[in-house]
Design a protein around this ligand. Structure first.
Ligand code: CDP
Ligand code: CDP
Length: 222
């Protein structure tokens, strides 16, 4: 079973995907974390965020890996846990530039398809239903207003003790949405056969229930 969840920043993709994966016994893969890790590799190696050949070379010398610990996906670069470091404002502000590089995407998509080929999987990102898994059994496109997504991210940070200005978060989200939707390769867009769910006024539980219904219905129809 392959479930693809796409949508803009902070639509709730990873939160609900993680819960559904646990409930259904599927593997969860956060593909955004992969592009964030590539961005961190660029930073650690003092490379410009558009230096494709430099970043590719650095990726050959720095191994990115994942481990699922206590229902959470941890990210490692050379065995160092970087799960926190990949979510800083600097990485967040530059990830869309790195993720627009064609050869970096090629490399990530190859890894994503390999993992999907070996497991029942729920994968979330921007291009899963359109490019990574065009034949996924179920495709979901999650959306929500920019204001509600920024507020969610703001509360999420606050809970973790990180103080970030709501206006800055809103600006980052709008900027990234624009870049992700307008890049040449695999831009963020709804696959024609994806179910679109607007989560603006929905709680996490409501989204989980709605998506679970959609997945179960499609599973029965197989
Ligand atoms: O969690 P958040 O919504 O902030 O973003 P993310 O899922 O961690 O993704 C970070 C960035 O990676 C996105 O803004 C995209 O630029 C890129 N990305 C992508 O290009 N393709 C994917 N399949 C997933 C993420
Ligand atoms: O993965 P993505 O960037 O799409 O979003 P996320 O990181 O799963 O969700 C961003 C924040 O919104 C998290 O703090 C979630 O708990 C929260 N959220 C929410 O308040 N209501 C929802 N329906 C979905 C997510």
């Amino acid at each position: 079973m392959q479930v693809a969840i796409d949508g803009p920043a902070s639509a709730g993709k990873s939160t609900v995907a993680k819960i559904i994966a646990k409930n259904m016994g599927y593997i969860y893969l956060d593909t955004g974390a992969m592009y964030r890790a590539c961005t961190l590799v660029a930073k650690q190696n003092h490379l410009a965020y558009d230096d494709q050949s430099g970043i590719l070379k650095a990726l050959n010398n720095n191994i990115i890996s994942f481990k699922n610990i206590n229902d959470d996906q941890r990210v490692y670069i050379n065995d160092k846990d970087v799960s926190f470091d990949i979510r800083t404002p600097e990485i967040t502000a530059n990830v869309s530039q790195v993720s627009a590089l064609s050869e970096i995407r090629k490399k990530m998509v190859e890894i994503q398809r390999k993992i999907a080929g070996e497991n029942n999987i729920i994968m979330d990102g921007r291009d899963i239903g359109t490019t990574v898994l065009p034949n996924a059994d179920v495709k979901i496109f999650l959306i929500a207003s920019v204001a509600s997504r920024a507020k969610r991210r703001y509360l999420d940070f606050k809970e973790k003790g990180i103080n970030q200005n709501l206006t800055d978060i809103e600006k980052d989200i709008a900027d990234r949405d624009y870049k992700d939707m307008h890049r040449q390769i695999s831009p963020l867009r709804k696959a024609e056969d994806a179910y679109q769910v607007d989560t603006t006024d929905m709680s996490i539980d409501q989204v989980v229930n709605k998506l679970t219904q959609i997945i179960k219905k499609n599973k029965k129809n197989k």
